[in-house]
Design a protein around this ligand. Structure first.
Ligand code: FMN
Length: 328
């Protein structure tokens, strides 16, 4: 059984959301190994790529085992964006994703991110050029609208489809909401019902049960999971098993599959940051804190993680914590 997204044939319809500072090459590789059928990089500035490509290359770097992998750009300068798309194609990415949903003030102030969807005719002209600039698929990621009075996702997706965009991911919040409130899946369902291109629904999916329910109820082509994967990194494997077999073996913290995943993550981060202890440590702390969220003793664990400045100690402490949780 495969799920089609443009030219991609995916083994399951549950995919990782791009998250700045988190979905770097090591985490993407980890998720690809654990049931996530495609991955996308965090947003990269197309103007940054124009002026300091060598610096951008660090974020744009991906490993073969991530494929299919997409690289995401944002920007307000059409020339820089088109050039960035060509560079992404030259780097060998499987698709390029346009960030049209970022709510951050310094991004929208310049008309980039979510602000780009406010003027649909202007956006259409850009999307048309973008889709023609490269042979690889160009996708886009949007929100439901600017605010409650300006929910124009249906119109934006129609413009994208007419312009030649291959698929769209819709985060069910407006820009005004930021990450507050809840994702509006009815709005996502409406976009899907009216769209001629594949639609990925996104927002607040935290369990395999929710992932499957959202997929089946709203008719979307795929479900995108962000923060849920940080707390439950086996969610892609579990959701696919639930969809295909009707049940899943819970990869609870402390059991073999979860501890195995932590060890793999440790090795991947070490490989990515070889010889650079500080970024390796920052990543170890960040992910171990996310993985432990909501568990008994997570605050004490976090305190300890931030006391240590050696990645080895951090990983050992985290492993001990998760093993204890399981054995209780
Ligand atoms: C820390 C963080 C960083 C994010 N960075 C990006 C990004 O670089 N590009 C993007 O399109 N969306 C980004 N997002 C939005 C997510 O992709 C996603 O749309 C949002 O978190 C809602 O999905 P979720 O409820 O499954 O997390 C980010 C979200 C978070 C929490």
């Amino acid at each position: 059984m495969t799920y089609k997204l443009g030219p991609l044939d995916l083994k399951s319809p549950f995919v990782l959301a791009p998250m700045a500072g988190l979905t770097d090459t090591s985490f993407r590789r980890l998720m690809r190994r654990h049931g996530c059928p495609m991955v996308t990089s965090e947003l990269v500035s197309s103007t940054g790529m124009e002026y300091s490509f060598q610096k951008s290359l660090r974020i744009l770097a991906f490993h073969e085992e991530e494929k299919p992998v997409g690289l995401q750009i944002f920007g307000d300068n059409p020339e820089h964006m088109l050039e960035a798309l060509r560079k992404i194609e030259a780097l060998g990415a499987d698709f390029a994703d346009l960030n049209l949903g970022c709510p951050v003030q310094k991004v929208v102030r310049r008309g980039a991110g979510a602000a780009a969807c406010r003027d649909v005719p202007k956006l259409y002209a850009l999307l048309k050029q973008a889709a023609r600039a490269v042979k690889i698929p160009v996708s886009m990621k949007i929100r439901t609208g600017w605010d409650n009075d300006h929910k124009n996702a249906v119109e934006v997706v129609r413009a994208g489809a007419d312009a030649g965009i291959s698929w769209v991911a819709v985060h069910g919040r407006t820009r005004a909401q930021g990450y507050a409130g809840t994702a509006d899946w009815d709005a996502i369902g409406e976009v899907k019902a009216k769209s001629t291109i594949p639609v990925i629904g996104n927002g607040d999916v935290t369990t395999p049960e929710l992932a499957v329910e959202r997929f089946k109820t709203y008719g979307v082509d795929a479900v995108m999971i962000g923060r849920g994967a940080l707390r439950r990194p086996l969610i892609f494997e579990e959701s696919a098993a639930l969809l295909h077999d009707g049940s899943y073996a819970a990869g609870a913290p402390g059991n073999n599959s979860f501890i195995g995943l932590i060890r793999e993550h440790r090795a991947l981060i070490a490989e990515q940051h070889e010889g650079h202890l500080v970024p390796a440590m920052v990543h170890a702390r960040k992910f171990m804190s996310y993985y432990a969220t909501g568990m008994r003793g997570c605050h004490e664990l976090r305190k300890k993680l931030f006391e240590y400045d050696d990645p080895e100690l951090i990983w050992n402490e985290a492993e001990r914590f998760f093993m204890q949780i399981y054995n209780k």
